[in-house]
Write a protein that binds this ligand. Structure first.
Ligand code: SAH
Ligand code: SF4
Ligand code: F3S
Length: 441
């Protein structure tokens, strides 16, 4: 039997982390990772459905896999992740790609090994999509993002922004206990990890669902607990924040705990009050700017990054200008910019006033150009400065080591020894767009 596995992951950090859990279970059972699907005995796709193009990619790759699977019938092909959890999606996958052996939902990840066994025993296709969250956490994990490690703090989402599919495919909010998160972080730091990224769709609502239970607290309490109980030279990051739930308590906890990086990812989505209301974001542009001011009050150096969207149904030219206006005022250190993509089953997808693709395209292009210019300008302010970066990888193409500073900026440098996992001071020389190039000092 071919005991090699190949996992292809699409989508966000949550999914990358879920793939580490799958890899951990497979490794424990004696399987080994391989580089391409054509070498593997088990091929797993961990999918995303946040925008249509995310789904198209999965369909494309699955289609391309068909000839290989037809020639190698013993190879097991499995599809999991957010796409499978959408209503009717498993059936659609099943009929479009009948050669897929296992389809498993987002809540069935930890059962993967038993689904695999079931498939091997019964020879029939296995489809397992559970609606309800199961309590089990899967361990061990085969992490592959050293020196960073991802740690889930809250699963699911309760917000139901009108454009977003996540609450339908990830279920309701479920927080882990402070003590469980702290002990996971403690172990990771003891193993030598240098950066911990706490994950949640909205970390600011961490703890709400377990309020009053023993050992519960909010996200500020969680940051305090980690920093008090886990000492050492490491960085603590987290994402994402929701502007409606970001509190001064949290900003103060960030400011007082030295391990916490001064970077907040605070998705704006739109700068228009009309659009924000229709998105069900539950804040106004004024309130968003107040949160920004609050962050700057306690941490004047704090970088703020964001997600924004163009082409939400009914978005007028002046709504769009309002978004550009906030982007200019806040001067985001980075912005992930998206064209709205209708997601079946969400309220916004049913609206008759969808925006013409050509209009959205023009809007996104102008927005990206403006943000790129701003980012390049911001990079220039780094020239001549010395920054500390955590070396995370070696870029073969550029023949340079790379890593980020506290604020998330990517710096490149040369070294004659392996620097991955080291904190390195570099003096920034030239800059190019978002990238900084420096000399190790
Ligand atoms: N939970 C996170 C975001 C998860 S999705 C948060 O609320 O910040 C990441 C980003 O994808 C969102 O911030 C949003 O900008 C974008 N997004 C979500 N649904 C989308 C859709 N239907 N079309 C286009 N972009 C979308
Ligand atoms: Fe989606 Fe909104 Fe939840 Fe983020 S907060 S995952 S955008 S519903
Ligand atoms: Fe993430 Fe995509 Fe799911 S963004 S939560 S993998 S829909």
């Amino acid at each position: 039997m071919n005991n090699k596995y190949f996992i292809q992951t699409y989508g966000c950090q949550m999914n990358l982390h879920e793939s580490e859990k799958l890899a951990g279970m497979l490794k424990q059972a004696g399987y080994v990772a391989c580089e391409t699907p054509e070498q593997a005995g088990i091929i797993i796709y961990v999918t995303c459905c946040i925008r249509e193009n995310a789904e198209q990619k999965v369909y494309g790759h699955l289609g391309a896999l068909k000839p290989y699977k037809m020639k190698n019938r013993d190879v097991i092909v499995a599809v999991g992740g957010c796409m499978t959890q959408q209503e009717g999606a498993a059936q659609k996958l099943h009929s479009t790609f009948p050669f897929v052996d296992i389809i498993f939902g987002t809540h069935n990840l930890c059962e993967f090994m038993s689904l695999l066994e079931k498939k091997r025993n019964q020879k029939k296709k296995v489809i397992e999509i559970t609606e309800k969250w199961s309590e089990s956490e899967c361990i061990p994990m085969a992490r592959n993002s050293y020196p960073n490690a991802w740690v889930n703090v809250i699963y699911g989402c309760n917000n139901f922004c009108t454009y977003c599919i996540v609450p339908y495919v990830r279920g309701r909010e479920k927080s882990r206990k402070i003590a469980d998160v702290v002990s996971e972080v403690k172990e990771l730091i003891a193993q030598g990890y240098k950066e911990i990224t706490l994950l949640g769709q909205n970390v600011n609502s961490y703890g709400n669902d377990i309020l009053g239970e023993e050992g519960a607290g909010d996200f500020a309490d969680l940051l305090d607990a980690i920093c008090e109980q886990v000492k050492g030279d490491y960085r603590l990051r987290f994402m994402s924040n929701h502007p409606k739930d970001l509190t001064e308590r949290l900003v103060m906890a960030m400011a007082r705990n030295k391990n916490v990086c001064h970077l907040i990812h605070l998705p704006l989505q739109s700068g228009s009050n009309k659009v924000l209301k229709e998105m069900n974001r539950r804040y106004t542009r004024e309130q968003y700017l107040e949160k920004v001011a609050l962050i700057k009050k306690h941490m004047p150096d704090c970088a703020i990054s964001t997600d924004v969207m163009v082409g939400f149904p009914g978005e007028s030219e002046s709504d769009y200008e309002d978004t550009l206006d906030i982007m200019q005022r806040v001067n985001f250190s980075a912005a992930f910019m998206f064209v709205y993509s209708p997601r079946e089953g969400t309220p916004a997808a049913k609206r008759p006033d969808q925006i013409d693709a050509e209009i959205s395209k023009a809007r996104i292009m102008k927005m990206v150009a403006l943000q790129n210019a701003r980012t390049a300008e911001y990079s220039k302010t780094y020239e001549g400065k010395t920054i500390q970066i955590l070396c995370e990888d070696y870029d073969k193409k550029r023949d340079l080591y790379m890593g980020r500073d506290e604020y998330g900026r990517m710096g490149y440098f040369t070294s004659d020894k392996n620097e991955i996992g080291n904190f390195v001071n570099i003096k920034v020389g030239k800059t190019n767009g978002i990238s900084l190039y420096g000399e190790k000092i």
